[in-house]
Ligand binder design. Sequence first.
Ligand SMILES: NC(=O)c1ccc[n+]([C@@H]2O[C@H](COP(=O)([O-])OP(=O)(O)OC[C@H]3O[C@@H](n4cnc5c(N)ncnc54)[C@H](O)[C@@H]3O)[C@@H](O)[C@H]2O)c1
Ligand SMILES: [Zn+2]
Length: 361
Amino acid sequence: VPLSDDDLVVRSLFGEYAAHFCDAGPLPEQLPAAAQALYVVDERVWQLHRDHCLRGLDDRQDEVVLLPISEERKTLATAEELYAAITQRQAKRDTTLVSIGGGITQDITGFVASTLYRGVTWIYAPTTLLAQADSCIGSKTSLNWGRFKNLIGTMYPPRRVYVHGGFLQTLSEADHFSGLGEVVKLHLVGGAETAAVLEAELPALLARDRTAVARAVRRSLLIKRDFIQEDELDSGRRRVLNFGHCFGHAVESAGDFSVPHGQAVLAGMILAGLVARARGVLSVTLEGQLRERLLRPLLTVLPDQRSLDPQGVVAAMRQDKKRTGPKLALVMLCDDYRLELAQDLEEAEAVAALGEMRGLL
Ligand SMILES: NC(=O)c1ccc[n+]([C@@H]2O[C@H](COP(=O)([O-])OP(=O)(O)OC[C@H]3O[C@@H](n4cnc5c(N)ncnc54)[C@H](O)[C@@H]3O)[C@@H](O)[C@H]2O)c1
Ligand SMILES: [Zn+2]
């Protein structure tokens, strides 16, 4: 498929791929004709969009596999269901898998695409804000195993990504605000300028203004692209994209996943700011500005006491797979928007930040 001017091209160890942006018309009309296509579609997205963004796929029902989506289903068992569905349709190595859904659908389809016949072509149309603004580029595919999230995975980017704004119209409020958490993270990691742009557009993003959201999606992907092109395999620069996630994952798991992921990331960024301020690497002024102008306004699900419980959170942080030494790991945003990956976080510092955070909410 030829590139258009506003496609976003990602350089990758697997060859270049591009994200293509569209906002009107049904998606299937815009996809390239593949000899053997199989559409793997989130069942909910199918119900909501079969007469809208997915109009036209109805006529090709035998090429459509519907997946009921939940985090509990992001497993090898579901991957096997998909292998079975694909082989039943006499799919060959020239099959193209077309994945349509959020990050869960992406992870399952991407994993299957990377392992089936040691790799078949796949195309991805992200349908949630999180997936459009963040996960759709970067090559990672993951499955959960037992109680371990994203334990199993491969690196295998899609051949092309189709970002269609129409899908976001049916997204729940919870998923919109969860996605915004990652959008803010990327704009902060992007530096002072992108952070300022985001702050100016915050009211429109809170109101789900369609063009503001589309612009934020594009900017987020531009920022992320820089990091993954430099470090696709996640051994250096890309690790700062974990900003907000060190505390965030721990808040999620301490609260038994009552806080949505992007909301936990927002809380995680606030906590990282409190630690950075206490360490003197982030000024009191900038910490307060970021917290009150960008992070707090988006925190629509306040973490409950259990999610911020010092013992539970610190215990979860000890499990962080990105930790290398005996102490805890933390990505901090410092003055001048410099990012620092500390490997020497003391538990007492984490406990102090959690205490302060409880007082702030
Ligand atoms: N591979 C990566 O690089 C990467 C990066 C970040 C996150 N992830 C993974 O992504 C997952 C989270 O992604 P997500 O938040 O997109 O979750 P998701 O795929 O579960 O989607 C969230 C919910 O929205 C529904 N939905 C999807 N599109 C919709 C639409 N257009 N309208 C209405 N409802 C819709 C889904 O059915 C689901 O109930 C996690 O499993 C996470 O580990 C992967
Ligand atoms: Zn995340």
